[in-house]
Ligand binder design. Sequence first.
Ligand code: FAD
Ligand code: NAD
Length: 474
Amino acid sequence: MKKYDVIVIGGGAGGLTVASGARSLGAKVALIEKEKHLGGDCLHVGCVPSKSFIQAAKEIHSAKEKATKLGLEVSGEVSLKKINERVRSSIDVIQHHDSDERFINMGIDLYKGLGVFTSDHTVKINDDEIYGKRIVIATGSRAFIPSIKGLKEVGYLTNETIFNQEKLPKDLLVIGSGAIGLELSQAMARFGANVTVVERSKTMLSKEDQSIRNVAGKLLEKELTFLLDSDVIHVEKRNGKKIVSVKKNDTLTKLEVDEILVAVGRTPNSDNLSLTNAGVTKNEKGYITTNAKLQTNVSHIYAIGDVNGKFAFTHVAGEEGKTVVQNAVLGIPKKMNYEQIPWIIYTDPEIFHIGLTEQEIKEKGITYSSYEVPLTDVDRFVADHQSDGIIKILTNSKGKIIGAHAIGKGAGDWMQTVIYAIKHGKKIGDLSQMIYPYPNHAAAIQRTADIYWRDKLFNGLLPKVTKKYIKWFR
Ligand SMILES: Cc1cc2nc3c(=O)[nH]c(=O)nc-3n(C[C@H](O)[C@H](O)[C@H](O)COP(=O)(O)OP(=O)(O)OC[C@H]3O[C@@H](n4cnc5c(N)ncnc54)[C@H](O)[C@@H]3O)c2cc1C
Ligand SMILES: NC(=O)c1ccc[n+]([C@@H]2O[C@H](COP(=O)([O-])OP(=O)(O)OC[C@H]3O[C@@H](n4cnc5c(N)ncnc54)[C@H](O)[C@@H]3O)[C@@H](O)[C@H]2O)c1
């Protein structure tokens, strides 16, 4: 039996980080992937195709808007086949970076097939059985399919199938208004589909700050129809159409659609590993729980990425991967810090999130200040004629940033400075103590931080002292 320092099960965002990191430190590494290509969900059915899809939708939307403003009526059907060919070409380029050769050339032994535990130190792949001193589970997740009567029989799309479609549905029903639901709904609407989103909660984007939700709601309602606080209870097929019964309180509405997209959250890929052979336990939803060092209940087996159920983002899987390399290969204890995980929802405009929302701060009873600026107050957004949005920074009583949120054109990029500030324990005042080249979008941050200084200058002790000083100086 071949022996390894580290066996990694799953060649996606998390697994590839561990495999390359461990190998670069000189460890003997085996990497197991069940699919034909490395890269996982993010590359094949997640981040990359969805962002390529969204960009195509943005271009179509902007072309139509510009043409209409100039008096040119644009009509005609978008070819989903062509769009998905473009999506495919983005994946193909990035696939080179995650190619088998690249990892084999690093000196990693790559096994293609389903990895299944035979004991807490051994894994079987087809006819091979290998031994690992440490084993890292990085098997990701898949779309959760709710048990709605008739759904399975009539068929539905998920993130795994939408990027293979060739025909745009005229009427599309999307179940779930989270990140996947909203990003893909808006894109499909921009391609020309009539999109209705059914959301079980009373609000969409329930993880976002209320101020962001308000702005997002108003903007997205221009393009999508929302049925909030509603449940799809039954689906059937009639005359080639899908008839969907939606229940809100005691009212039942029937919708006739061509296609259904399911985006109600994820379920972990922990059921294909024979975990009991290794003694690894999971929670009631199937997620493999870990401690802050990413160890499962079996201390030499780690679980990272979507499969541990903490934060389902590529950058989190990557960060957890680096943490595991330090713990499992170098033996230098390192804990993951989940307090300041940023994320971006790539709707148009984008939504940026880091730290606590105002509601969470209130619930925790923290004394706080909130600084909010509409993007109409920031010159560049006005000049671009794209000033829909706001930025909001929340601080504790000492000015330390404990949450930052934005919705606006490119917010995911220009809010990066705030991530840096938080990481280095900077206060809101520090954000205006640097030069913002005029007129960049990041000046929105400076504008917000300026409110802090204005409050201090006009309302604090400082103006009284400076008044006296100026009198004396004269
Ligand atoms: C539509 C969509 C859009 C998204 N957009 C973003 C985004 O913009 N930004 C962001 O940060 N995140 C985004 N995500 C989330 C992101 O894709 C995931 O968080 C990330 O891929 C998780 O990485 P992972 O390593 O845990 O799993 P994955 O990348 O899915 O990798 C798991 C790998 O394990 C393999 N595997 C599973 N079981 C076994 C087994 N038993 N043996 C061998 N191999 C196995 C799988 O085939 C897969 O290749 C998006 C997700 C979706 C669905
Ligand atoms: N831009 C990004 O970083 C990005 C993009 C897409 C996905 N992701 C990751 O993937 C994860 C999964 O995305 P998602 O959108 O599937 O899940 P989600 O948890 O973000 O949202 C699911 C939504 O579906 C609703 N819902 C649940 N059951 C329902 C039902 N039966 N009927 C109607 N609504 C129901 C929930 O209330 C919630 O609003 C995200 O949480 C995120 O971590 C990230």
